[in-house]
Write a protein that binds this ligand. Structure first.
Ligand code: DGL
Length: 259
């Protein structure tokens, strides 16, 4: 057996923020990328539809890439479909959930924000994390689905719209003591500099990518060595996505065949 890659999955380019952390943690590992860009954004879709879709796309991508581990680099998918994925797949599945615990531990004021998709901010999984780790904190949950599009545009080579970013962040600043923001969508770290520039004061922006990379290093077995660009799989061919994937070290994407 020659081993296989670690497959990183997201609805779109958000998983590339996790790819950066994985490359840092596992520089010798072969990575593959899969995204369901035909159905982006996931954060505005209905739960039952989403679970079925995520299973279908991930099963197809796992089989096409012959990967040894799946990293679900999407909070919206992980907070909903991790159990279903784990029961259907025979390989380790690493999920991405909002970094509520580290934010609660590091916020000095105990007031922090959660910036994520509409789906993630309202999920029982997320509310459970807040109850378990941040019951003593004041948590401002803000749905910012429009930032998913801005991150897609940014990686496609267009500058994000500062007015959209300002509007999306505005509800956070209603709490004058808020000092930390959890980036609970993997698209958002790609916009970190723009978010920081739009903030009225110094804020600690926390995401889960380093923790996911560490967890992946613990569970991944039989990973093939990195040789040349990794393969990538998409649900819609788009030259701008191809260019973004190439900048992160992935080869020309192949169209996923879904059963
Ligand atoms: N990147 C995804 C996440 O982490 C979701 C983006 C979307 O709404 O498709 O939540």
């Amino acid at each position: 057996m020659s081993g296989g890659p670690i497959l990183v999955f997201d609805s779109g380019v958000g998983g590339l923020s996790v790819v950066t952390a994985l490359r840092h943690q596992l520089p010798e590992a072969a990575l593959a990328y899969a995204c369901d860009n035909a159905m982006l954004p996931y954060g505005l879709r209905e739960d039952n539809w989403l679970v079925a879709r995520i299973l279908r796309v991930c099963e197809a991508a796992v089989s096409a890439s012959r990967c040894v581990t799946l990293v679900v680099a999407c909070n919206t998918a992980s907070t909903l479909a991790l159990d279903a994925l784990r029961s259907r797949l025979a390989i380790p599945v690493v999920g991405t959930v909002p970094a509520i615990k580290p934010a609660a531990a590091s916020s000095r004021s105990g007031h922090f924000g959660l910036l994520a998709t509409s789906a993630t901010v309202a999920r029982p999984y997320t509310l459970g994390l807040i109850e378990a780790f941040a019951a003593h904190c004041r948590v401002t949950r803000v749905a910012a689905d429009e930032l998913v599009r801005e991150a897609e545009r940014w990686l496609a080579g267009e500058a994000p719209d500062p007015a959209v970013i300002r509007r999306a962040l505005a509800p956070l600043w209603e709490d004058p003591l808020l000092d930390t923001v959890v980036l609970g969508c993997t698209h958002f770290p790609l916009l970190r500099d723009f978010l920081a520039a739009a903030a009225p004061r110094e804020i600690a922006w926390i995401d889960s990518s380093e923790a996911i990379a560490r967890r992946t290093a613990q569970v991944a077995r039989g990973v093939a060595p990195r040789r040349g660009p990794g393969e990538s799989h998409v649900t819609a061919l788009d030259p701008r996505l191809t260019a973004a994937l190439a900048r992160f070290g992935f080869a020309e994407p192949r169209l996923l065949v879904l059963d």
